[in-house]
Write a protein that binds this ligand. Structure first.
Ligand code: KAW
Ligand code: ZN
Length: 497
């Protein structure tokens, strides 16, 4: 299943008669891969039909062929879980959080964040209507899933150019500068390492630089989805990433380096405790650093931005960029495992598993498929973690706790002023808090780790810091949306209205 996903290839879009460049496309060019070809088309193209083509073809190549295999896998995995005393695989996965109230807590967190998401959704919908026309997108409807510049409508950052509140201000996107500077993948990893060591955290061991794979090889096929590996011998640690020279990938580099840092910090624990306090903690470390790295002031200090607009308009541009990355992600981070838990428990029946997927995509994300979906399709299979069998709720947890961590680290670093302006660079105090928590591995319940992190302030997940971070943006969006319909109406989740 993983190989089907990772080796999926599609043909280029053939424009209809009359549209330019038709003659350049040949059938034999049917070798477009997700990373980097489809990523690049999705981020750059604003051709509605080309985007439909890419969106649909990838699902046909990566998802649909593994439908039967996945159902067989669900049965086998459930059998194993039951032999181990769990009621099903979902129950087994949730054990990692050792909480009786986990599912309820997640739903409460989502309900607190939903207004922020819905305002971002309504604001982006208006801008997309301007781009594509009201014949394509209804003013009170869900947004077609292929228009976000991301295969799963999870990160909306590529829409920055058409959504920026104040387009005249200096850019907050450093991809063009990275390209102009001919930055290499290795330099991106070295920049990330330097941020970790500036906090007094560990540098990467020699073996890491020797054995990691940080560029897509030309001579063979590999699984390009980024990952970090602990060989558990105290010296061999590696990252595998088909790094693209973009700001998004610079953030992914920090994300993966966060996993390695966690491995290094808990290396002295016995093997059973060499894990995150919970899986969401492991996912959050690199992202916390990236929150500082992405601030305009920091980017300027490392030579990736020439000009910074240190005023309310510049701030809103920056906050919107961050929201297009973080807030946009929340509902999809939540629903992927709602869907899998339902399938594992039998609440979702195999013959309705794709339509139930689209029910959740509509309900939580407010998106709809541009072409009709049926239960012979298998769209969840076109998201790496489904064929790869990696639980997903860890990312939702991470996107909540990383703002909690950011807030306490900023306090420790002596930051004053709004949370979104904070950069913890060179703060040994912040680094110490991080290493104290990481050293524990999973030897204490994560609620203890949370207490240590927050200096005793809380032992729970809390949406407060996310809301605090984005508060000025929410004010702005509410004002901008005063004549908009907030939310979405639709009576069929399997095709856009
Ligand atoms: C995301 C996360 C941070 C920032 C931006 C983001 N955009 C989307 C996400 C969520 C998610 C995604 O792409 O959908 N991110 C990833 O999958 C990053 C890859 C990973 O670092 O999380 C990787 C996934 C993986 C797990 C197991 C086998 C192969 C890949 N996780 C790890 O490598 C890992 C290793 C050890 C411990 C914990 C995680
Ligand atoms: Zn990760």
């Amino acid at each position: 299943m993983k190989n089907t996903y990772s080796t999926a290839k599609i043909c280029p879009y053939v424009p209809p008669e009359g549209e330019k460049e038709r003659s350049l496309v040949k059938q034999k060019d049917c070798n477009l891969t997700l990373e980097p070809d489809l990523y690049r088309i999705l981020t750059k193209s604003r051709n509605y039909n080309e985007l439909v083509h890419v969106w649909k073809s990838f699902r046909e190549a990566a998802g649909k062929p593994i439908r039967e295999k996945y159902l067989r896998f669900v049965d086998l995995s459930n059998e194993a879980a039951r032999l181990n005393g769990f009621s099903d695989t979902g129950d087994m996965w949730r054990e990692a959080y050792e909480s009786e109230t986990f599912e309820m807590d997640l739903e409460n967190l989502w309900q607190q964040l939903r207004p922020l998401y819905e305002h971002l959704h309504a604001y982006v919908r208006r801008r997309l209507i301007r781009e594509y026309g009201s014949d394509k997108i209804r003013e009170d409807g869900p947004i077609p899933a292929h228009l976000f510049g991301n295969m799963w409508a999870q990160s909306w950052v590529s829409l920055l150019d058409i959504t920026q509140p104040f387009p005249g201000k200096p850019s907050v996107d450093v991809t063009p500068v990275m390209e102009a500077k001919n930055l290499t993948a290795l330099e991106m990893f070295k920049m990330s390492e330097e941020f970790f060591t500036s906090l007094g955290l560990k540098e990467m061991p020699e073996e890491f630089w020797k054995r990691s794979l940080i560029e897509k090889p030309k001579d063979r096929e590999i699984i390009c989805h980024a990952s970090a590996w602990d060989f558990c011998n105290g010296k061999d640690y590696r990252i595998k990433q088909c790094t693209d020279i973009t700001m998004e990938d610079l953030i992914t580099v920090h994300h993966e380096m966060g996993h390695i840092q966690y491995f290094l910090q808990y290396a002295r624990q016995p093997n059973v405790f060499r894990e995150g306090a919970n899986p969401g903690f492991h996912e959050a470390i690199g992202d916390v650093l990236a929150l500082s790295v992405s601030t305009p002031k920091h980017l300027q200090s490392i030579g990736l931005l020439d000009e910074v607009a240190d005023d309310p308009e510049g701030d809103l541009n920056f906050l919107l960029r961050t929201a297009l990355d973080k807030v946009s992600f929340l509902p999809s981070g939540y629903l992927i495992d709602l869907w899998r838990w339902g399938l594992f428990s039998g609440d979702i029946k195999p013959e309705e598993m794709n339509t139930k997927w689209w029910d959740l995509r509509l309900k939580y994300q407010g998106i709809c498929p541009p072409v009709k979906r049926t239960d012979t399709d298998f769209d969840p299979g076109a998201k790496y973690h489904v064929p790869g069998n990696v639980p997903y709720i860890r990312y939702f947890v991470s996107f909540i706790v990383q703002f909690q961590f950011h807030k306490v680290l900023c306090d420790a670093a002596g930051h004053e002023g709004p949370l979104y302006k904070c950069d913890i660079y060179r703060s040994i105090e912040a680094g110490q808090i991080l290493s104290q928590v990481m050293e524990l591995g999973s030897s204490e319940h994560w609620s203890e780790a949370m207490k240590i992190m927050t200096g005793g302030a809380t032992n729970k997940m809390d949406a407060g810091p996310v809301l605090e971070y984005f508060a000025p943006l929410l004010d702005y969006l509410q004002e901008q949306n005063k004549n908009e319909f907030i939310g979405w109406k639709s009576n069929d989740s399997t095709i856009c209205p």
